[in-house]
Design a protein around this ligand. Structure first.
Ligand code: MG
Length: 255
């Protein structure tokens, strides 16, 4: 079921979104060579507790994961691109780190993700990250009344195609509101003018992600971390967005 939110409810989601953005900023500022993923997880936990937020990940037990998740943030390194379970690993120069984070505050969810390269930057990784960011911006521009969901998906797919990255459609964006994951599913590829008509009050987590060479994923023995099958890095850019009468509004931003 797709629930349309009132302007007041969207304001509440924006409160959550500001916090989510602040945590991701903190993560990316701290992510340097020599920093352990478990230190990032602990800092995120502390911020969640200080804010009185409720983690959407803790105890999450969806069909695609193995048992309840016992972390508050997903940290995916290099060829790991989705659902990375934090573990005892110290970041090294040139590592590609994706942070994906979602919480509830006062019963309203927000979800966002960002990829950064730690230490020295390499052109192929910079281009990959930039591609997902441009795809996200292009998709958000389509998230307005009068368009259809296929316009959002197609905008993402067009950037991937243009940049030469293959797209996996098993995992994509989703509706969000009182829960982190809801309808509709938003594939990262689609046909313009098709699908759900977009209306003011729809709130969507839009999340282009891809790897350099393959769209095939393999699951780590931890039962959660999804890794690109060719061992090459992936990138992921996500925002929670509200469709309003005035057009798209990104909720996962700081003021
Ligand atoms: Mg997310």
């Amino acid at each position: 079921m797709i629930e349309l939110k009132t302007p007041a409810e969207i304001e509440k989601m924006a409160v959550t979104g500001r916090f989510v953005a602040s945590v991701l900023r903190e993560m990316t500022e701290r992510a340097e060579p020599g920093v352990n993923l478990l230190d990032l997880e602990q800092r995120a936990r502390d911020m969640v507790a200080e804010r009185g937020a409720q983690s959407c990940y803790w105890d999450y037990a969806p069909s695609f994961g193995e048992g309840p998740f016992r972390n508050v943030i997903c940290l995916s390194v290099n060829d790991a691109v989705l659902h990375g379970k934090p573990f005892d690993y110290t970041l090294a120069d040139g590592d590609v780190l994706t942070c994906d984070f979602a919480v509830l505050i006062d019963g309203w969810a927000a979800d966002a993700a960002v990829t950064v390269q730690v230490g020295d930057q390499t052109p192929d990784v910079t281009a990959l990250i930039d591609s997902t960011r441009r795809a996200l911006a292009a998709a958000i521009a389509q998230a307005k009344p009068g368009n259809r969901l296929g316009d959002v998906s197609a905008a993402i797919g067009a950037v991937a195609r243009q940049d030469g990255y293959p797209v996996n459609t098993d995992f994509g964006g989703h509706g969000i509101g009182r829960e982190m994951h809801g309808d509709p599913h938003i594939p990262n590829r689609g046909r313009p003018g098709k699908g759900l008509p977009l209306r003011a009050g729809l709130t969507l987590a839009i999340e282009p992600w891809w790897g350099m060479g393959t769209d095939r994923l393999v699951t780590d023995p931890d039962g959660w971390t999804l890794r690109l099958a060719d061992g090459k890095p992936g990138a992921h850019s996500e925002h929670t967005v509200a469709i309003t009468d005035d057009g798209p509004r990104i909720l996962t931003v700081e003021d």
